[in-house]
Design a protein around this ligand. Structure first.
Ligand code: ADP
Ligand code: MG
Length: 512
């Protein structure tokens, strides 16, 4: 019998807000343990929670981006459980009236080669709700330490329908979530910092069966490779069990990354185990039409829409758009440059993705990176949509070449003022000094010689010195003309405009 896997994800994403979810204590990373606390975080008797409006706004924003329905009323519930990383003995969450319902996330499964657009589909969402994160425990041989800095920070839970069927789809789904959320500035989604974590639910069923199989849940996976390996292992394990006639039980299993296996932790837990009830200290929240409209007005474009637009409007290759469309810094820089000079977006993208990123990378790392030619899009290979890729925004903001100046460089190449060869030198100077391309060309006397009188003189000299090439060209050997170009470039000290040299030669030869 053939089996298929069915997978649903609950992805927790920490929101980027100034303060915690229910108190004004700062929400920051890497602070000394237990410095970001107050009586609300400690859950002292008598304290009252106050809602963080920014967290609500950002969650609605994401919901709208994913096409979720935003119900008019949303409310807060207590999810009761005891765990030492949560001093309240309950977690404030949303049970039956979440902020966002339905919707979906567009994903891309890789094409057969890297330069090609892959297959796209939408993974259905169940809901997105808002809750508070818990603290962090560190266990030692005989005791454990707790840090409440993370306790009470705003956490979105994005729940998918059981709508994925392989670890590849799950990878694509998490990548799409990360790209969308980080571009919008809702979270950095850095899995290493625990800003994005996934609970993975896996079941298998015979192909053709429509009823869902018994699900197994693996909680709190904190790296994309753990998610991948855990899913692949679990699918294999479940299919093997069924083939051997061993019935599967609904349970929570733990992924052991060292051993590469999942191990049973506990049996099924149901909603009633948590004794959810509405929080008596927080009023339900009414989402006004005005608020929705104002959030809608500020929504940013979805990464795949931006990519399609770049490919269609600017005729940029997939390899470039897949890098540029997911990075806010790169796409803003590019669009700004194209606004200044709209005639050659391809060349602008090329300078940005190859030359500028390379120089920024080299400037950032102490070791000088080996310099590669900046002539094509091929240089990109290493930059492809790597999970964990962080934004270039800050680096680009501190970069001395402004978008307008980069556009200016491309323009003077297009106008024939300097050659591409000279542009390399100009680019390096621009990067170091922040001067415009024009200023550098002026200073260094790099202007191409477009003086036709002088060019004709050099051309006539070259023709006189090599009559054989002239005759061969006349006889129909087009390549023979190349032998004349070199001496002219040399006579002009490399400043002649190659296109003009060719035109002048052809004209003079035709004249006899
Ligand atoms: P629970 O109440 O145990 O949290 P839910 O029905 O709310 O379960 O689903 C939690 C997650 O598990 C969702 O992402 C959902 O898509 C997924 N899921 C539910 N049933 C299955 C199943 N049989 N196989 C795979 N995933 C499932
Ligand atoms: Mg669950």
């Amino acid at each position: 019998m053939e089996y298929e896997a069915v997978i649903g994800l609950e992805v927790h994403v920490q929101l980027k807000t100034d303060s915690k979810m229910f108190t004004s204590v700062a929400h920051k990373f890497a602070e000394p343990p237990n410095t970001l606390t107050d009586p609300v975080v400690w859950a002292l008797p008598g304290v009252l929670p106050v809602l963080n409006f920014e967290a609500i706004r950002k969650t609605i924003e994401l919901g709208l981006m994913f096409g979720c329905k935003i119900p008019e009323i949303t409310k807060w519930d207590r999810k009761n459980y005891f765990y030492p990383d949560s001093p309240k003995n309950y977690q404030l969450s949303q049970y039956d009236q979440p902020l966002c319902e339905g919707g979906g996330v567009e994903i891309e499964l890789p094409g057969t080669n890297r330069a090609e657009m892959g297959a796209h589909r939408v993974v259905k969402l169940t809901r997105i709700h808002l809750e508070e994160d818990v603290g962090k425990l560190t266990h030692f041989a005989t005791d454990s330490l707790v840090d409440y800095n993370r306790a009470g920070t705003p956490l979105m839970e994005i729940v998918s329908e059981p709508d994925m069927h392989s670890s590849e789809e799950v990878f694509a789904y998490m990548t799409s979530l990360k790209n969308t959320i980080s571009f919008a500035g809702i979270s950095d989604c850095d899995m290493e910092k625990g800003q994005m974590r996934a609970d993975v639910n896996v079941s298998v069923r015979p192909v053709g069966e429509t009823k869902l199989g018994v699900k197994v849940e693996m909680k709190n996976l904190n790296s994309i490779s753990n998610v991948r390996n855990c899913i692949d292992y679990e699918i294999r394990r479940q299919i093997e069990c069924l083939k051997k006639g061993i019935p599967l039980v609904q349970e929570t299993r733990r992924w052991d990354a060292q051993l590469g296996v999942t191990q049973s932790m506990r049996g099924k837990e149901d909603a009633h185990d948590y004794r959810y009830f509405p929080d008596p200290d927080l009023m339900p929240v009414k989402i006004s039409g005005e608020l929705l409209e104002s959030i809608k007005a500020g929504l940013c474009e979805m990464p795949f829409d931006r990519q399609r637009r770049y490919m269609k409007d600017y005729d940029l290759p997939y390899s470039v758009t897949s890098v540029m469309s997911i990075d806010r810094g790169l796409s803003e820089y590019f669009e700004e440059a194209v606004k200044t000079y709209s005639k050659n977006p391809k060349a602008i993208a090329n300078y940005l993705i190859n030359d500028l990123l390379r120089e920024l990378g080299a400037a950032a790392s102490a070791e000088a990176s080996e310099s590669k030619s900046g002539d094509g899009f091929e240089d990109l290979e290493g930059e492809m949509t790597v999970f964990g890729h962080s934004s270039h925004k800050e680096r680009l903001e501190s970069c001395r070449i402004t978008p307008a100046n980069l556009a200016g460089l491309v323009k003077i190449i297009d106008d024939g003022v300097i050659t591409k060869q000279m542009a390399k030198e100009v680019f390096v100077e621009m990067f170091a000094t922040g001067k415009t391309a024009e200023a550098i060309v002026e200073e260094k006397g790099l202007k191409q010689n477009s003086d036709t009188g002088e060019l004709e003189k050099f051309a006539l000299e070259a023709m006189a010195a090599n009559r054989k090439a002239v005759d061969q060209f006349k006889a129909g050997n087009d390549k023979a003309i190349n032998a004349l170009i070199g001496p002219i470039m040399k006579a002009s000290k490399g400043k002649a405009n190659p296109a003009m040299v060719l035109d002048t030669l052809k004209k003079l030869i035709a004249q006899g």
